[in-house]
Design a protein around this ligand. Structure first.
Ligand code: KDG
Ligand code: MG
Length: 418
């Protein structure tokens, strides 16, 4: 066979770990997950998550058609060079599909490196900076009473930080309120469910929730809230101001961050801490927000933002302005992302908090993992690599089922941000 002349296919001094095969596994144990499995010629393999809620097949096609063919034969040790190849080598760079595909590769390669060396990923990154990763859980209810009871349930379970979402009078299907109180999954149907949104009702109601929570639970619990991109900058400023007496840990996604400059207006009017970025794919999406100190927490994570290789650059840049991490951790990020994020969180110096929406038992069974929860914190475990695997036989029992995220309209029918 002719010698492989691709630069990256040549070995360094260390014996190479050649990528001999890679394939995508799609499984739906209640919701869809996209997993990339990379196998090396030494028998060591790694897995990465490429799930994009409601758009799973787009990532599958990107991986199968454009990524896997260029991976075969490369040295899996060369994580940085492979990342640069997939990022710079794509003329059409960035975006949620491309960056999730890169993330899937990156997670699998860090997993392989850890397994090959017999160490957990947090050790490869520089070792632990903390004992346990502070997480926040999701309490939600149809009305104030139910939401208060749900917060009590989370406190009983040991959570120290809790996101609270409640039904809004006159608003059918508000964001963040679920039928099943233990597991929340907004992508329910093959076609997007239409929801209705009322900003005036919401702005009147939200402060009542946090007033009621502070009256009942006092000051010790950390409270968070997600606006889910629904407000204009001026409305967000009003909300931030009205929530100041309740000392939120953060107010999330008050307005879409496509225009990063818009946060200047919000910032000028409120000291309520702001968190943004679960839809961000790279440092460029967050650069102005960070360097102008317009936010306090960055919600980007290893799945959305191209894996550990890019996320650690994002975090280092953010640390210059004392912006801390607050990684996205909804159920549409598979346990592989959660595992990888926990290694990142264990290392990252400017850690803030990690979102933790528990997965169902069926999902946990498909993705056996080393991480565990205790007293409000998650621990990544010490297994080599990131410590999460996929049970392929079980995964095969749950075939792909098309599901999409909802859409939102204002009361007069105008399309709005879901
Ligand atoms: O797929 C969409 C979810 O990831 C998103 O709605 C969850 O906003 C979210 C959050 O803060 O977890
Ligand atoms: Mg959110």
């Amino acid at each position: 066979m002719a010698e492989d002349v691709r630069i990256n296919a040549r070995s360094t001094g260390l014996p190479p770990l050649r990528i001999r095969a890679a394939r995508v596994i799609v499984t739906c144990p209640g919701r869809n997950f996209v997993t990339l499995k990379i196998e090396t010629d030494q028998g060591v393999y790694g897995v990465g998550d490429g799930t994009l809620n409601g758009r799973e097949k787009a990532v599958v096609a990107y991986l199968e058609d454009h990524v896997i063919p260029v991976l075969i034969g490369r040295d899996a040790r060369r994580i940085e060079d492979i990342w640069q190849y997939l990022y710079r080598g794509a003329y059409w760079r960035r975006g949620p599909v491309t960056m999730r595909a890169i993330a899937a590769v990156d997670m699998a390669l860090w997993d392989i490196k850890g397994k090959a060396l017999g160490v957990p990923v947090y050790d490869l990154l520089g070792g632990p900076s903390r004992d346990g990763v502070l997480v926040y859980g999701h309490a939600n209810g149809a009305d104030l009473e139910e939401t208060k009871d749900e917060v009590a349930r989370y406190l009983d379970a040991g959570y120290k930080a809790i996101r609270a979402q409640t039904g809004v009078p006159g608003v059918a299907k508000p964001y963040g309120v679920s039928r099943d109180k233990d597991f929340y999954e907004p992508a329910e149907d093959e076609l997007p469910v239409e929801t209705i949104w009322s900003t005036p009702q919401y702005l009147r109601h939200a402060p009542k929730l946090f007033d009621a929570l502070r009256v009942r639970f006092g000051d010790d619990v950390e409270l968070l809230h997600d606006v889910h991109h629904r407000l204009t900058p001026n409305e967000a400023a009003q909300l931030g101001k009205s929530l100041e007496p309740y000392r939120l840990f953060w107010l999330e996604d008050p307005t879409p961050a496509e225009n990063q400059e818009a946060f200047r207006l919000i910032r000028q009017h409120t000291t309520t801490p702001l968190a943004v970025g679960e839809v961000f794919n790279s440092l460029w999406d967050a650069k102005d927000l960070i360097q102008n100190q317009l936010i306090d927490y960055l919600r980007a994570t290893v799945l959305g933002a191209g894996g550990i290789t890019h996320m650690r650059r994002v975090a280092d840049f953010a640390s210059l302005w004392q912006v801390r991490t607050g990684c996205h951790g909804a159920t549409d990020l598979s346990p592989i992302t959660m595992a990888t994020a926990l290694h990142f969180d264990t290392w990252v110096p400017n850690f803030g908090i990690q979102e933790y929406m528990r997965h169902t038992e069926a999902t946990d069974a498909v993705f056996p993992h080393a991480y565990w929860f205790e007293a409000g914190r998650l621990h990544p475990g010490d297994a080599p690599g990131h410590g999460c695997d996929i049970d392929e036989a079980l995964a095969a029992k749950y075939p792909y089922a098309p599901k999409q995220l909802p859409v939102a309209r204002l009361e007069d029918g105008t399309m709005w941000n879901w």
